[in-house]
Design a protein around this ligand. Structure first.
Ligand code: NAD
Length: 390
């Protein structure tokens, strides 16, 4: 077994170790950037105007991740009505808009003490791209407004692939999403599967996977969902998670089952991957491969005492991550075993946050400003770390 230490520095999100902000470039300004490359080259060269429609669990996080970047800005966030979430937007200085165009709904913000700059159409009129963070299955009804306004759109994993037309994870299909009209950042579980399976697939050339998603019942801030005292299997086999991976990497042959358990902290995946003959890997080289890829943390549970999702979340809080988020997928080193051609492993997913940096990379793909996914990931993560003082 390899050393037990974290594969990442405690204070930084992951990225290629030799990444240097000076070498990030927008294709729009590529020539000028290369010509003028010097110590001053990190200044903002193109600002993408980003609207957030739905300022809830995902929306507020995406807003801050976008605000952290020097090539994009938040030009407004929407709330359905005046509520406590508006206070955060005001504190952050994000212009507040109403989710609807209805004049009465817009007018309702002022008596509650909030300045509302208009309805959704007013926000779309000044945006380049909208990140739809409305509740699952609600976003589809917003698509027409986005298309009519001529803005690019990003949906979240609660929407159907067919509706969005494209799906996205940074590691799987950034290139295919370049300059697309819109896409869907897949769910937290699918994002997590993609992080560890795509590098494996790329090494092996083929991959068959069976996995079980042990899902959190609700987010910590959610008082409506459950179960609170039961284990609830998803009575649809396969669950949507495995097939969803194939919307971003169709070459991976994957099936999944899912079960919801009474916890709010994280999801946990139990994964069995069948590698082709001649894969040439060992348990150690699989771990090394994941360590070399961004947004994966590997730790030895036995040696660090981080043996459950509770300790993983405590670790995220200890290292100062905002909201206690963990953008990376957490893999237990001592839970990984390659036995012949069969690879077994567990990974934990912080459901509220692993998709957040992916939304930032997806914006660059749709806007056609960065074709290299690893460059985008490194830029995104370095900027978020700096923004949060880490
Ligand atoms: P949420 O309920 O926390 O936030 C949704 C926000 O959208 C709320 O502020 C709500 O008032 C607002 N809203 C309601 N109707 C709207 C409409 N018609 N148009 C725009 N906004 C509207 O939900 P969430 O957890 O942030 O989930 C958002 C999306 O992200 C869903 O597709 C979900 O499946 C996906 N997602 C959620 C998680 C997670 O763990 N929370 C993880 C990954 C992906």
């Amino acid at each position: 077994m390899a050393s037990s230490g974290p594969s990442h520095k405690y204070t930084a999100l992951s990225g290629p170790p030799d990444f240097d902000l000076r070498y990030w470039r927008s294709s729009v300004v590529e020539e000028a950037f290369i010509d003028g490359l010097d110590e001053q080259s990190t200044e903002k060269v193109m600002t993408i105007k980003v609207a957030i429609n739905g300022y809830g669990t995902i929306g507020k996080r995406v807003a801050d991740a976008v605000d952290a970047q020097d090539d994009m800005e938040i030009i407004g966030v929407t709330k359905t009505r005046p509520s406590f979430g508006c206070d955060l937007a005001v504190r952050k200085g994000y212009p507040l808009y109403c989710t609807y165009n209805d004049v009465d709904k817009i007018a309702a913000f002022e008596p509650a003490g909030y300045t509302c700059h208009g309805g959704l159409d007013d926000l779309l009129a000044v945006a380049d791209v909208v990140v739809d963070c409305s509740p699952g299955k609600v976003g589809a009804a917003n698509k027409e407004a986005y298309v009519n306004a001529g803005v690019k759109y990003i949906f979240q994993g609660g929407e159907k692939h067919a509706m969005a037309g494209m799906s996205y994870t940074s590691s799987a299909n950034h290139a295919e999403n370049m300059n697309a009209a819109g896409t869907r950042v897949v769910s937290c579980n699918t994002t997590g599967l993609s992080r560890t399976l795509v590098p494996l697939y790329e090494h092996c050339g083929s991959l068959k996977v069976e996995c079980t998603m042990i899902r959190r019942a609700a987010d910590p801030g959610d008082s409506k969902k459950g179960p609170i005292n039961a284990i609830k299997p998803v009575l649809k086999v396969p669950s949507h998670h495995g097939p969803d991976v194939m919307t971003v990497k169709p070459e991976i042959d994957i099936n999944s089952m899912a079960v919801a358990v009474p916890t709010t902290l994280m999801h946990c995946h139990s994964i069995v991957a069948f590698l082709p003959e001649g894969h040439g890997l060992t348990t150690q080289s699989v771990l090394d491969m994941w360590r070399a890829n961004p947004r994966i943390i590997i730790m030895n549970g036995g040696e660090t005492n981080i043996t459950t999702t509770a300790e993983v979340m405590e670790y995220a809080r200890d290292i100062g991550r905002k909201w206690g988020d963990l953008h990376e997928i957490f893999v237990w080193e001592d839970g990984v075993k390659l036995d012949g051609n069969t690879l077994y492993y567990f990974q934990a997913i912080h459901q509220e946050s692993d998709v957040i940096p992916e939304n930032v990379d997806a914006i660059r793909a749709l806007m056609g400003t960065e074709a290299n996914w690893k460059v985008s990931v490194a830029k995104t993560d370095a900027a978020i770390s700096a923004y949060n003082g880490l």
